[in-house]
Design a protein around this ligand. Structure first.
Ligand code: HEM
Length: 371
């Protein structure tokens, strides 16, 4: 699903979802928009489509997408909470913090939703064959004799994993990048000038424009540095006892890698607390985010690094470029940008960014084009 060939094949879908988002904002010009929520809806719709096709439509889709946001927020809080039961397994059954009870409730909500999606697909199986992730997993389930056969629970786990990992991360980064640009008007001006030069005011953004947006790409890289959405990555567990930097790590320890600190280490970065996209602009090729340079790990590293780097990068710059090229954004009167974060396995903003859009393109017809 996330290979370059598959991503190229679903270019039209990405374009359609971004155009839908622009159309959505256009219909709400002059009103307050929750930027993170807007990006989240766009990504849930895109990734949902890539994972289980167009199985959910219309009113049901709207309900699912709004429920997802709430459920995801709860999951992120639970996943990020240090669990006392891990430190004192003998009292685990008390579940003092209610983490297990909370996760069970969430699992039930997801289970009900996924059961209905899978049931819909099974009903249609005799008709047109789909080629999405759900179908691929169901085919593995049917082939019970194969060593790669999957149980229904495993299928549901994989589906949830992809959707959870792909949506909140990318929408969170969108919200952080927009917040930093609102906080730095001179940088916002540079981005807008670049968009005008590369795309033109009588055009909408297309994916082939994105590699030419050098300044915007530097803004994205700097956003990843200062606001890594998974600040402690995904927890690791040591398979054997070993020594790292003079510290003994016993077999079976849970290990967290603090990229938030690494990305703000003054021994590595000049003025680490300042948002300065130029640091990436002036040194092209330095510090890519593919996990090869341990000073900069927004997508992690090693065998468990993010498999969605290409899709995440494409969608983040497509969404940002489109929002910034198609609209002017301003804060509600007397409001300031709040850059505080909220702790969880995903570090989102503490307070959502609400902005008011006005059209920026000269040809208003461009807002109505849906495909
Ligand atoms: C800006 C966007 C994104 C960022 C910053 C991001 C970041 C990350 C990070 C830091 C990890 C943990 C890696 C580690 O522990 O070494 C991760 C894992 C993961 N990501 Fe992403 N991600 C993004 C988008 C996506 C997308 C679009 C998808 C797929 C649709 C995706 C799917 C996954 C999956 C499935 C994992 C778990 C991998 C595993 O545990 O083996 N991510 N991501």
């Amino acid at each position: 699903m996330l290979s370059s060939a598959n991503l190229n094949a679903c270019y039209d879908l990405r374009r359609e979802k971004v155009m839908e988002m622009v159309g959505d904002v256009y219909e709400n010009v002059g009103k307050l928009i929750d930027v993170g929520e807007l990006a989240f809806r766009t990504l849930t719709s895109l990734i949902g489509n890539m994972v289980w096709g167009g199985e959910i439509q219309g009113e049901q889709r709207t309900i699912v997408e709004s429920q997802f946001k709430k459920i995801f927020a709860e999951i992120m809080v639970f996943l990020g909470k240090p669990n006392i039961s891990d430190i004192f397994p003998s009292i685990a059954w008390f579940d003092i913090q209610g983490i297990e009870r909370g996760m069970k409730k969430i699992r039930q909500s997801f289970n009900e939703f996924l059961d209905s999606v899978i049931e819909e697909r099974m009903k249609k199986e005799t008709g047109e064959q789909k080629s999405d992730v759900l179908q691929m997993l169901l085919d593995l389930h049917k082939n019970q004799d194969s060593p790669s056969s999957l149980t229904m629970n495993q299928i549901k786990g994989i589906l949830v994993n992809i959707v959870v990992a792909g949506t909140d991360t990318t929408s969170g980064s969108t919200e952080w990048a927009m917040s930093e640009l609102m906080q730095h008007p001179e940088m916002m001006e540079k981005v807008k000038k670049e968009l005008n030069d590369v795309i033109g005011v009588n055009n909408t953004v297309e994916e082939f424009h994105l590699p030419n947006l050098r300044y915007l790409n530097a803004v994205i890289k700097e956003t990843f540095r200062l606001h890594p959405v998974l600040p402690l990555l995904v927890p690791r567990c040591s398979a054997r006892s070993l020594t790292v930097g003079g510290y003994t790590i016993p077999k079976g320890s849970r290990v967290f890698l603090n990229t938030w600190s690494i990305h703000r280490d003054p021994n590595i970065w000049d003025n680490p607390m300042e948002f300065q996209p130029e640091r990436f602009l002036n040194e092209p090729g330095k510090l890519d985010f593919r996990g090869n340079d341990f000073r900069y790990l927004p997508f992690g590293s090693g065998r468990r690094k993010c498999p969605g780097i290409n899709l995440g990068e494409k969608m983040l710059s497509f969404i940002l470029a489109s929002l910034l090229h198609s609209f002017e954004w301003k804060l509600p009167q007397d409001e300031k940008v709040d850059l505080s974060g909220k702790f969880g396995i995903i570090m989102g903003k503490k307070n959502p960014l609400h902005l008011i859009p006005t059209p920026r393109l000269t040809n208003l017809e461009l807002y109505k084009r849906k495909s």
